[in-house]
Design a protein around this ligand. Structure first.
Ligand code: ADP
Ligand code: MG
Length: 343
């Protein structure tokens, strides 16, 4: 019988484990699923031994997204969010764990960004949606009234009993700037919990990436900040992070020769006009989504301050389209461990 000393034994166990995982890795195949949710297409990519196990796993992850949409939608009049907004003001309303969680994260982000990211901008966002449909700017009085009904200091959360109080009349919450990242993060967690850690979930510009594809160092993510055919693609190698890009590539309106984004500036009550797109890479896809929206509103210097002050490592990339058609990229912050390589 061969006797092994402890170190040799450990080395053998490790070698066998490596071979076992390589064999397991080789047996895994790539599966891709797409479903419409939250007004966009959600894509799931996962690695699994066969379709018989991959399909139900993706189905459960999509079900998780659908359940979150029923809670957080601002379109569905019956969502938990809209039911909360219909309660009389100044009443403490109990809400479920998920709604409380995303409200809490949103308020934290509003505080850190001095209100550049503000989910209480619902009245302004609704008016802006109407503006985009009509292609006509709203009267000042209407715009100012909508701004008056907003403000995150008017939203109170009580962590002791999970109640939410809206202090102003006419308040409307809008989670459009953070819910997709939240849902992608939750769907990725659902896949991992079912035994599929090599997975990613993408909701247009919001991506949640899990363990790298078997045998690879990370996921190759192509960011096209100014649309699919943009001549300015950026390729990142990432794992275990969220990557979010916000900009006016898809949703914008042109009024009087000015191009406005679907992200509103709380200071003006109008859509943003700067030809800028923002990419954020950080551990949490929820934070990446919210920060990409917030940093679109902020100047580069202010956005840089926000990411540098963050407890989490955050990489900020600001893409600018110049008047002469050229592009420029500025970057700040700190790479999270999952950002393996970037330009
Ligand atoms: P996308 O929806 O294209 O991924 P974002 O994540 O930036 O882009 O979200 C834009 C949405 O966020 C808007 O449609 C609106 O619902 C909401 N929103 C707009 N402006 C703000 C803002 N300043 N703060 C928070 N949410 C906003
Ligand atoms: Mg966002």
């Amino acid at each position: 019988m061969i006797r092994l000393c402890a170190a040799a034994w450990l080395a053998l166990v490790m070698a066998l484990a490596a071979r076992a995982s390589a064999a397991k890795g080789a047996a895994l195949q790539r599966f891709e699923f797409i479903e419409p949710h939250m007004g966009t297409l959600f894509q799931i990519v996962l690695f699994a031994p066969d379709a018989a196990v991959a399909k139900p796993a993706a189905k459960a992850a999509f079900a998780r997204i659908e359940a979150l949409d029923r809670i957080m939608s601002d379109y569905d009049t019956d969502s938990e969010l809209n039911r909360l907004c219909r309660q009389p003001p100044r009443t403490a309303v109990p809400v479920g764990a998920e709604l409380f969680d995303i409200l809490q994260r949103s308020i934290a982000l509003a505080e850190k960004t001095n209100g550049a990211f503000d989910i209480t901008l619902g009245p302004v966002i609704r008016l802006w949606r109407e503006t985009r449909r009509r292609k006509k700017l709203p009267p000042d009085a209407q715009r100012l009234a909508a701004m008056q009904a907003s403000g995150f200091s008017k939203l109170r959360l009580n962590t002791a009993d999970h109640t939410v109080t809206l202090l102003n009349d006419g308040m409307q919450l809008d989670l459009g700037g953070i819910a997709k990242g939240y849902a992608a993060e939750a769907a990725l967690a659902a896949l991992k919990q079912q035994g599929f850690p090599h997975a990613m979930v993408a909701a247009s510009g919001d991506l949640a990436l899990g363990d790298a594809p078997p045998g690879a160092k990370g996921w190759n993510v192509k960011v096209s900040p100014f649309g699919e055919n943009s001549p300015h693609p950026l390729t990142l190698l990432v794992a275990h992070v969220g990557v979010s890009t916000s900009g006016d590539a898809e949703q914008f309106v042109e009024i009087g020769g000015v191009r406005y984004s679907h992200i509103v500036d709380p200071a003006t009550g109008l859509g943003l006009t700067a030809p800028v797109a923002v990419t954020i890479v950080t551990r949490s896809p929820t934070l990446a989504d919210g920060l990409a929206t917030a940093c679109s509103v902020l100047s580069f210097a202010a956005a840089k301050n926000v990411v540098e002050a963050s407890d989490e490592s955050v990489r900020l990339i600001v893409h600018r389209r110049n008047a002469d058609g050229s592009f420029q990229t500025e970057s700040a912050g700190k790479n999270p461990p999952g950002l393996i390589s970037s330009p």
